[in-house]
Design a protein around this ligand. Structure first.
Ligand code: 173
Length: 318
């Protein structure tokens, strides 16, 4: 008996030395979305290589945790990592929403100091380590159930998240914030006349059934990223961090694949009978420029220190 106990103790010590850490992951987006599918492929590769070192364990999507609570769960360490977007955790810090304003790819932000700045802010204000971006090259659009002939949303009720709030309000809309999971019902019941969403993904939750128009051009750059609790990040050893970041950077480097997804979804929208509303060239430029003007004005007002620094590193011609 005594020998057995000693053997058990030795095993326990051995497993501590081996230091396999399992990180708990949640997603603010539903499991059937492309965002989560890409995450799953990434986690599968990481877990295969990470046996004995690092494992990712997926807890669930919006049914496991409401999207707007995910940021706080990462901040406090209730979960270790999240697949989410900055718009969903502006309750932690307003800077989170500025990731939509990047005009240069995440791979370049790693080189120009952009990612470093993000991590300075995310560490300091949200107790988070920003790991990397899993969607890029993807504009947002306004989708409608009613036709407009100029960029004037007066009298229309539009579903938003913080991404679109200032812009759609500047265009005269009445706005209603909802999680993605509530959009279908809001459209079905006529509670809203439209919604903001990226160019891809409207088929995942069947919104095409309730969508008649898409307004072009798109604006901003849809952002979904992996964020991690800072204490948990610091508790990883070098080997675990390297493994995690190797896979995150590989995933980030695949963001080009979104261009194809976006082309495909644009085609599918057309096939589904969704009509495209366009404006004349001057009006279209005004619409697009207004999105950025209003977006940066909001970001700088909310964060007078970091707003201008982010603008400098995130913008193409600054
Ligand atoms: O519209 C949204 O819910 C939203 O803010 C978003 C952000 C990034 C990707 C997809 C949706």
């Amino acid at each position: 008996m005594k020998t057995l106990l000693l053997v058990a103790a030795a095993f326990a010590a051995g497993s501590v030395q081996a230091q396999e850490t399992t990180l708990r992951v949640v997603s603010a987006f539903a499991e059937n979305t492309q965002y989560v599918k890409n995450y799953e492929a990434f986690a599968k590769k990481l877990n295969a290589e990470g046996k004995g070192t690092l494992q990712l364990s997926f807890i669930g999507g919006p049914k496991a945790m409401p999207p707007f609570e995910v940021g706080n769960a990462v901040r406090t360490g209730v979960v270790d990592i999240a697949v989410t977007t900055g718009a969903f955790y502006t309750n932690i810090m307003p800077e989170a929403d500025a990731l939509k304003l990047t005009q240069i790819p995440a791979t370049e932000l790693r080189k120009n100091g952009g990612t470093e700045l993000i991590n300075k802010i995310w560490n300091e204000k949200a107790n988070m380590q920003y790991l990397g971006r899993i969607i890029d090259f993807t504009p947002f659009h306004l989708y409608l159930t009613r036709k407009i002939d100029k960029p004037d949303l007066t009298g229309l009720k539009i579903r938003i998240t913080p991404v679109y709030r200032d812009f759609f309000q500047a265009l005269g809309a009445t706005v209603v914030q909802t999680a993605p999971g509530e959009v279908y019902t809001a459209l079905e019941r006529g509670v809203v006349d439209g919604y903001g969403w990226p160019i891809n993904g409207i088929f995942d939750l069947n919104w095409h059934e309730k969508t008649r128009f898409r307004v072009d051009p798109g604006f901003y750059n849809a952002e979904v990223s992996l964020i991690m609790n800072l204490d948990k990040w610091k508790a990883l050893n070098a080997k675990q961090r390297d493994l995690l970041m190797k896979h995150v950077i590989a995933l980030e480097a695949q963001n080009d694949s979104w261009k194809k997804v976006n082309e495909e979804d644009t085609r599918k929208q057309k096939e589904a009978g969704i009509q495209v509303i366009t404006f004349d060239q001057v009006t279209a430029k005004q619409y697009y420029d207004k999105a950025y003007d209003v977006g940066w004005a909001g970001a700088i007002k909310a964060s007078p220190t970091y707003g201008p620094q982010m603008r400098k590193l995130f913008s193409r011609n600054q």
